[in-house]
Design a binder for this molecule. Structure first.
Ligand SMILES: Cc1cc2nc3c(=O)[nH]c(=O)nc-3n(C[C@H](O)[C@H](O)[C@H](O)COP(=O)(O)O)c2cc1C
Length: 424
């Protein structure tokens, strides 16, 4: 059975140095031209030196008009290739893998960035007024957007990244295309699962054509959206098979959307009775299903904290790579885990009562859960900034203070961008 320290050869020939993967975490560290910065280089040098074999960047946007949040890096003819090269060099400084996550937010684009985001259909998302009503994409919008993913992948390769990940999870554009709730189109891009998956599969094909056969392509996919009538587990199994046929190298499985926060382990969204058996590895049972239908290399992300659970998951044979997000915000150096000296990674939600439940008991009110999610995420953003600025992460910082500072900083960044874009 594989151990955490074992390498893994992917179908494209790329070798992952070990079985740990740093999952994508949006950094918000771009400059006002949406270019990479030295802070990103510092951050990824620390993660690379910390021993995690594969690092996935936070989501990099394909279109300057539509961001997941101000501070996203964008590759859209806005220059900044030298900074990308610097980022790639720092992020591969331990001979590890550094893959760029590529994304378009679709309707999950904050109102302060765009009041009319593009999405598959005119189906809005009602979350405390954060998002504008989307405009349905035309055939030309769709074709142009697919080309944008391919161009960003080509730039990633040209600037020294060793792979790319297409973000098809968490309710962003591709995930919206996959969902029958967000995608109510009646053309070749909506309706049957085959049509809803067309955007993803055409994007994978365009990216593969842009980067060639020997470059790693990963897809992050929801095991399910956890919404009644949404992208289901059965849908996910079928899409995983199609992705395997399309020749991707690693499937990373996660789940949920902004509306259904399973990605952060919100148990109130979990519809299955056995969930408590896998309190740490939220999506392991789904991975078992995917493993039964395809042999595609599989990473699972969500809730892994103890060495024993990680090893148990690898021993189960259902997955090949352990994805880690939040623990790496306060601990960049993972060597103690890899050499067995550390048996458990920090679980701050438990200690600080962050995350779902922070503002009170596990709330049945979705708006409160969304606020909790925002608070927890912003607390982690703070640790990421500490790492990026060369400090030790401050885990004692108060949540409300962090939220306030974050909101002011993000608003300022959004306004500066708007000024710059309207001038240009
Ligand atoms: C601060 C933060 C930022 C995140 N940004 C992204 C992102 O850009 N892309 C993505 O696919 N997932 C993102 N996620 C989700 C993580 O990749 C991961 O799926 C989630 O945190 C669950 O893993 P964990 O329990 O190990 O933290 C983010 C999570 C956090 C905490």
């Amino acid at each position: 059975m594989p151990k955490l320290n074992d390498s893994l050869e992917l179908p494209c020939g790329v070798i992952l140095p070990n079985r740990l993967l740093k999952s994508a975490m949006t950094e918000g560290l771009a400059n006002t031209n949406d270019q990479a910065t030295l802070r990103l280089s510092t951050l990824y040098r620390r993660w690379a030196q910390g021993g995690t074999g594969t690092l996935i960047t936070g989501n990099v946007m394909v279109d300057r008009r539509f961001l997941e949040r101000p501070g996203n890096v964008v590759i859209d003819g806005n220059g900044g290739e030298a900074a990308l090269q610097d980022w790639a060099k720092a992020g591969t400084s331990a001979n590890n893998q550094l893959w760029m996550q590529i994304n378009h937010p679709g309707r999950q684009c904050q109102r302060q960035v765009s009041a009319r985001p593009l999405a598959p259909s005119d189906v809005g998302i009602d979350l405390v007024g954060m998002f504008g009503r989307p405009m349905p994409m035309t055939e030309i919008d769709i074709r142009h957007t697919i080309n944008r993913y391919a161009k960003v992948a080509a730039t990633a390769k040209a600037t020294g990244f060793t792979g790319v990940q297409i973000h098809a999870a968490h309710g962003y554009l591709i995930s919206q295309f996959l969902s029958p709730l967000a995608n109510i189109r009646s053309d070749q891009w909506g309706g049957s699962l085959e049509n809803r998956a067309r955007f993803l599969l055409e994007t994978v094909a365009a990216v593969r054509a842009a980067v060639g056969d020997r470059f790693a392509i990963s897809v992050k996919l929801n095991s399910a959206d956890f919404s009644k009538g949404g992208f289901s587990h059965e849908d996910s199994l079928q899409v995983a098979q199609w992705l395997s046929d399309a020749g991707i190298d690693l499937l990373e499985v996660s789940g949920g959307t902004y509306e259904k926060l399973a990605l952060m382990g919100d148990k109130s969204e979990d519809t299955s009775a056995e969930s408590s058996q896998h309190r740490e590895a939220y999506f392991l049972k789904y991975a078992e299903g995917i493993r039964n239908v395809t042999k595609i290399p599989l990473a699972i992300t969500g809730g892994f904290r103890s060495l024993a659970t990680m090893q148990h998951a690898l021993d189960s044979g259902a997955m090949d790579v352990v994805g880690l997000g939040r623990p790496l915000c306060s601990q960049a150096d993972i060597h103690p885990l890899l050499n067995g000296e550390q048996t458990s990674l920090p679980n701050w939600e438990k200690e600080l009562r962050l995350g779902p439940g922070w503002l009170g008991p596990q709330s049945s009110n979705q708006k409160i859960r969304t606020l909790n999610f925002g608070a927890a995420t912003q607390w982690y953003y703070r640790q990421i900034i500490d790492l990026a600025e060369g400090r030790e992460p401050n885990t004692h910082t108060a949540v409300l203070r962090v939220m306030l500072k974050h909101m002011i900083a993000e608003r300022r960044m959004a306004m500066n961008r708007v000024k710059l874009l309207t001038q240009g």
